[in-house]
Design a protein around this ligand. Structure first.
Ligand code: 5AD
Ligand code: FES
Length: 346
């Protein structure tokens, strides 16, 4: 198979076969990757110019009732330090964020039953009334269809729920038996049906993952057509049974970012914190490969280290303002700028 032909096909048809995608992922050469990168970067520039959207990430809670094998805040990790933010603390993060130019707040947390529909609707409703020009994104894991609907009616605009892997057998190797790929995907379709701008996504290089699995992830994105897609390398966490597994590769993550950009020219695609963690210029490289979003941390300083999904997470020692300044400079160095904008899907 000719990889440049496959890339041309993806450009033209926005898709390719599973075999072609898996072959490309496994065999792409440096010069072919550079051509793919240029096409992806051009596509992103056509969609967004050299503007980068920012989302303020507020990590609500490090409690989680789930036990995903890869995650540092899984229920069975006794060493994890648990915290949850009060409504007042969350509002104070929004206040700081608004002043720094954030117009999207992402409320993310472990699956913590403390954040009932009633509490969450109150928090979301208050944020929307104080900052009507801002979007609220939720990332609270799997909830019932009814719960998703109530939160949407309370004003939530978007929901992030990575599918983690589209392959059911691979899914079963990363999660406890109480969780299933089917329930995850049902949640995603429900979120879309309700009207959320919906984000799916997956880890690159998670244990037992094959190139075919990644091809399936790409085809799943094409099928679901989410407005957002979050991908980042798997990074082992010392207190999980995957502690000794290798981290996901930078090159493969960048290749996938470029492919997603070509397949979905308008999708909102973050250069993730995990990407910035495995290499110092990871987020800049992500942007140059077609990403158009960054998600700096707005969580209170004293809890940052405790929302440790993986080891060595960046920015846990920095104030939101420091990260914004740092990111502005980083993006400027590659010819891009942060914009004060909700950054909705168009
Ligand atoms: N490495 C990389 N990403 C991880 N996530 C959870 N644990 C890890 C890890 N060890 C990602 C999952 C989840 C998101 C919030 O963080 O994809 O959906
Ligand atoms: Fe946080 Fe650079 S982005 S310190």
């Amino acid at each position: 198979m000719d990889i440049l032909k496959i890339i041309e096909k993806i450009e033209k048809n926005k898709t390719a076969s599973k075999q072609e995608l898996a072959f490309l992922l496994e065999n792409i050469s440096d010069s072919e990757l550079e051509q793919l990168r240029q096409k992806a970067q051009m596509t992103a520039i056509q969609s967004f110019g050299k503007n980068i959207y920012i989302r303020g990430l507020i990590e609500l809670s490090s409690y989680c009732k789930n036990d995903c094998l890869y995650c540092g805040i899984r229920r069975s990790n006794r060493n994890a330090v648990r915290y949850r933010l009060s409504k007042e603390q969350i509002l104070s993060c929004c206040e700081t964020g608004f002043a720094l130019g954030f117009r999207t707040f992402v409320l993310q947390g472990g699956e913590d039953p403390y954040y009932t529909d009633e509490r969450m609707c109150d928090i979301v409703g208050t944020i929307k009334s104080l900052y009507p020009e801002c979007a609220v994104t939720l990332s609270l894991g799997e909830r019932s269809a009814e719960s998703y609907k109530r939160l949407y009616d309370a004003g939530a605009d978007r929901y992030l729920l990575r599918h983690e892997t589209a392959n059911p057998d691979h899914y079963a190797r990363l999660h406890p038996s109480s969780m299933s790929r089917k329930n995850r995907v049902d949640c995603l379709y429900e979120l879309k049906r309700i009207g959320y701008q919906t984000g799916a996504g997956f880890m690159v290089g998670s244990p037992y993952q094959t190139y075919e699995n990644l091809a399936e992830d790409l085809l799943f994105i094409n099928e679901l057509q989410p407005q957002m897609c979050g991908i980042g390398p798997f990074i082992p966490h010392r207190d999980t049974e995957f502690a000794q597994k290798p981290q996901g590769s930078l090159r493969l993550t960048l290749t996938l970012l470029s492919l997603i950009r070509l397949m979905q020219p308008k999708i909102l695609l973050p250069a993730t914190t995990a990407l910035g963690t495995i290499t110092p210029k990871g987020r800049e490289l992500g942007i140059l490969h077609g990403a158009n979003v960054v998600m700096p941390n707005l969580s209170p300083q004293e809890h940052r280290e405790d929302y440790a999904l993986y080891d060595n997470k960046i920015c846990t020692g920095h104030e939101a303002a420091e990260c914004i300044n740092c990111l502005s400079l980083r993006l400027k160095s590659i010819g891009y700028q942060i914009v004060t904008d909700r950054g909705d899907y168009k």
